[in-house]
Structure formats: C-alpha cells, structure tokens
Design a protein around this ligand. Structure first.
Ligand code: UD1
Ligand code: CA
Length: 458
C-alpha cells in the first residue's frame, strides 16, 4: 500500500507546548530559524504528502499560532497534559474526517524533510504503531528505545530512565515522528497514564501498550540524525539554525551564487536566489524573497519577502520588506522599502529614503531624505531631497499621484490627496495642498524679502 497520498491519512502536528526551556512567552513552535517559525518548516515538509490533511494541536497562546498560520486547521488542547493527551484531544476530529492513519509529528523538529517522511511512511506501512528513531552519542533528554532481540518493547522517557531497570542505553532514541493506525490505537489512548516523573500523559507509552497487545509495533531507524533533532532551548535553536544556515549557503554557493563572507549570510531556504546574483554578507534574506541573476546586494541589508529583478543594485544598509525592485534599479545606501514599495525599471532610491505602498515609475529618482507613502509616481520623475508626502491626517490615509516627467523641488510637502500633473514643476520648499495641473509650476511658499540690516543692532 502506498501510504503517502492516501486520502485516509492525516498529519497531526503537536504544537501546544509552552516550551518552558525557551524561557519565552511565545509558543515554542513560533520561535524562528532564519526568519520563519519552526512550525512553518514542519508544515513545508508535510504539505507535499498531506496537502490540506493536516491538523495542528495548539494550546499555550493558541491565538498567536492561529494568527501566524491563518489558513491552517487547529485543534485546541486546553491544558498541556502531555503528548499523549494532545493526540487524545485530536481523536474526535480525526475520526470525524474518517482518518485511517495519522502521522503524528512534534512541531519542534524544523529540519525534517519530505523525503525523510516518505521513507519513514514506506517502512511504517501496515504497522499498528510505528515511530522514527535516531541514534545519538548522548541520548540527552530524548526518549530511549528499549528493544529485546531487536524487537521494540518500549520508549522510556529520559526522566524515567533507570539503567538498573532498563539496562544500558543503546543510544537509539525516539525522534518524535509516529504513524498510528487509528483503529488500533483508539482503545489504547484512554489507557495512557500519567504516573511518571513528569506527571504527563506520554504518547510514547503507546509503544509498550501496543506491544502488550501483540500489535505490529515498529521502531524505524531513520538516520538523518541532524535533521530530526528537536529544539527545546535557545542553545539548541541556535545550533539548529546554524546547521540550516550552513546548508542553505553551501547550496547557494554550489549553484553559482557569488557570496562574499559566506559565514555571515543568513538566507532562508524558502528564498530563491539565482546563480549569478552577488551578495556581500553580513546580510539577511528571508521569506519568499526572489533575487534574480545579476542582482547585487551589498553588505548589511535585510531583505524579506521582496523581489529583485536582473541587475538591481542594493547598496549597503537597506531594509526591504514586501517590496519589488525592477531590472536595473538602484536602492540605497541606507534606504527603506516598506510593504508595497515598487520600483520600476531603472528607478533610483537613495540614502534615507522611505517608500511605503508606493510605485516609483521607470527611471524615476528619489535620491535623498524623502518619504513617499501611498503614492503613484510616473516615469522619469525627479523627487527632490527632503520631499515628504503627508498621507495621514491622523485618521485616514490618502494618496498622492505624480505624473510622468514631473519635477518636485527640494523640501516639499505634498499634502494628500493631491495630484501633480505630467511635466509639472513644484518649487522648492512648497507645501502643496491643491493639485498642480500638467506642465504648470506650483509654488506655495512665502516670497523672500530682503530688508536692510539695522544699523548698530545685532
Ligand atoms: C518528546 C518525546 C521523546 C522524544 C522527543 C523527540 C514524549 C513524551 N516524549 O520529548 O520521547 O525523544 O520528543 O524530540 O512525547 N506538546 C503538546 N502538548 C503537550 C505537550 C507537548 O502539543 O501537552 C508538543 C510540544 O509543543 C512539542 C511536542 O509536543 O512540539 C513535543 O513535546 P516536548 O515537550 O518538546 O517533548 P520532549 O520532551 O522533547
Ligand atoms: Ca522536544
């Protein structure tokens, strides 16, 4: 039976835990690696197999999880009484969905991959209870796998492990990925107890229970140790993030991306950086960013969910978020492109310029000390130093529009809503509150007076 892509198979991600060892008020699975939450990585590995057959158990600060993943399906575990209890909370939803099998996976193992899951499912096919194992030099806080004559007998949690009772640990531990046949475990789950050192209902106790009923229980050695480790502390998070970072950078270099100071590049695996792009680290490139061949990113830039077309130059110290930069355009140094900033081909944005929900047309320039918000700028426009769009009156936001070929003199305030026509000129130092028609000069400032200096005075 090809268990992957089986319509009766579901995935259940356990993410309700508080993550006490993270010392943080956030749910543990929202802690980030290379700019994205752990849970996102786990979902990314699951989606190709399970599509929308995925439930997430949430509990501690559940609303934060729901908000971060608005299109996912959640099941609430009001009290976090253990991983076994988390699965019990999901049983009704799984049965209502007519699930036959459920792949249960800890939400704190972000480096797991689709390929690892597929291999596991293949080896687990037909079992009543199967779980993935890895072998570690130091079993640490992981559940120890107990076998007799090669056959799995139990998983013994670290806190409850006693060599006098359980024998020497082999180093084989539970990776926190399980395949459960629902019909088989439905009667076992209510039998889980919490008489252990943590006072929790351990999912891992299913193994011994299943064995006691002569079920087909399999511990499947997976290899891929570093990809299956869990994150329980800031130290483990940092180590795992570094493993991932190194992997991503090595892949980029191997594919033909030019990276200077690669040890200092932090690029998310979800970002697409084409061969022939050139990056000088330190830099951070996160989310769904797309960097085309020939684009150059100088050091100290943070780029999130943004696209840079061919031959874009982003100079040092720029921040881009949800922005798109057209071919040949230049940004920075020290520029900030906020969500909805769109630079068309060959546009220039210079130092201390901020754009938000603003399109800067082809070849247009805003080179110094400027804020453009909710603005549509045509092609070939020059925005003088110190131009500010006053887009907010304290209650509402309004748009500014600037036609092709217009010239905005330095230190101008454009009080929105306002339109500057094509090829119009705005005099430096103006506060523009009314539209300036095409080809006209708008000037709104006090006329200069030159007066004789007072004799003998200061
Ligand atoms: C768990 C396993 C251990 C295994 C290890 C692998 C148990 C009892 N132990 O230990 O055998 O070696 O993972 O990484 O399962 N969670 C809930 N609800 C709860 C408690 C936890 O949803 O009531 C979630 C957590 O958010 C987390 C996952 O379950 O994502 C695992 O919980 P955690 O406390 O990290 O278990 P470990 O001690 O790491
Ligand atoms: Ca864990």
């Amino acid at each position: 039976m090809d268990i992957a892509n089986n319509p009766l198979m579901f995935a259940l991600v356990l993410g309700a835990g508080k993550g006490t060892r993270m010392h943080s008020s956030r749910p543990k699975v929202l802690h980030t690696l290379l700019g994205s939450p752990m849970l996102g990585y786990v979902l990314r590995a699951l989606k190709p197999i399970f599509a929308d057959h995925i439930y997430i158990v949430c509990g501690h600060k559940a609303e934060m999880l729901r908000e971060a993943f608005p299109s996912e399906k959640f099941i609430t575990q009001d009290q976090q009484l253990g991983t076994g209890h988390a699965v019990m909370c999901a049983m009704d939803s799984l049965l209502a969905a007519h699930a036959e099998y459920v792949l249960v996976i800890n939400g704190d193992a972000p480096l797991v991959t689709t390929a690892i899951l597929k291999d596991f499912l293949k080896a687990a096919s037909g079992a009543d209870i199967a779980f993935a194992t890895i072998t570690l030099e130091d079993s640490g806080a992981y559940g120890r796998v107990a076998r007799k004559n090669g056959l799995v007998q139990a998983i013994v949690e670290a806190k409850d492990f006693d060599p006098a009772i359980h024998g020497e640990a082999s180093g084989e531990v539970n990776a926190g990925i399980y395949l459960l046949r629902l019909e088989s475990v439905a009667d076992l789950l209510p039998k889980l107890g919490n008489a252990n050192k943590s006072g929790e209902y351990y999912l891992t106790d299913l193994v011994a229970l299943g064995c006691s009923q002569s079920m087909d229980v399999r511990g499947i050695e997976c290899g891929h140790e570093s990809a299956l480790l869990g994150v329980n502390s800031p130290l483990e998070l940092a180590a795992m993030e570094e493993t991932l970072r190194r992997q991503v950078v090595n892949n980029l270099l191997a594919s033909g991306v030019i990276v200077h100071a690669p040890d200092l590049l932090r690029a998310a695996p979800t970002a697409i950086i084409e061969p022939g792009a050139e990056i000088t680290a330190p830099c951070e490139i996160y989310g769904g960013s797309v960097i085309k061949s020939g684009a150059t990113i100088e050091s100290h830039c943070v780029i999130r969910d943004s696209s840079l077309a061919e031959n874009v130059l982003v100079r040092s110290y720029c921040h881009l978020e949800n922005a798109s930069v057209g071919a040949g355009a230049q940004v920075g140094p020290y520029a900030r492109l906020r969500p909805g900033a769109q630079l068309c081909e060959d546009a220039h944005v210079g130092n201390f310029v901020e754009l938000k929900k603003t399109r800067l047309g082809q070849g247009s320039k805003a080179n110094h000390l400027t804020y453009l918000g909710d603005t549509d700028v045509g092609a070939g426009v020059n925005i003088g130093a110190g131009t500010i769009t006053c887009n907010y009156d304290g209650k509402n936001k309004y748009r500014t529009s600037i036609g092709d070929g217009a010239f905005i003199g330095s230190n101008t305030s454009l009080v929105a809503p306002v339109e500057i026509g094509r090829k119009a000129l705005v005099g430096a130092g103006s506060v523009i509150t009314r539209n300036v028609p095409e080809d006209e000069l708008g000037i709104a400032r006090e006329r200069q007076k030159n007066l004789p200096r007072r004799k003998g005075g200061q």
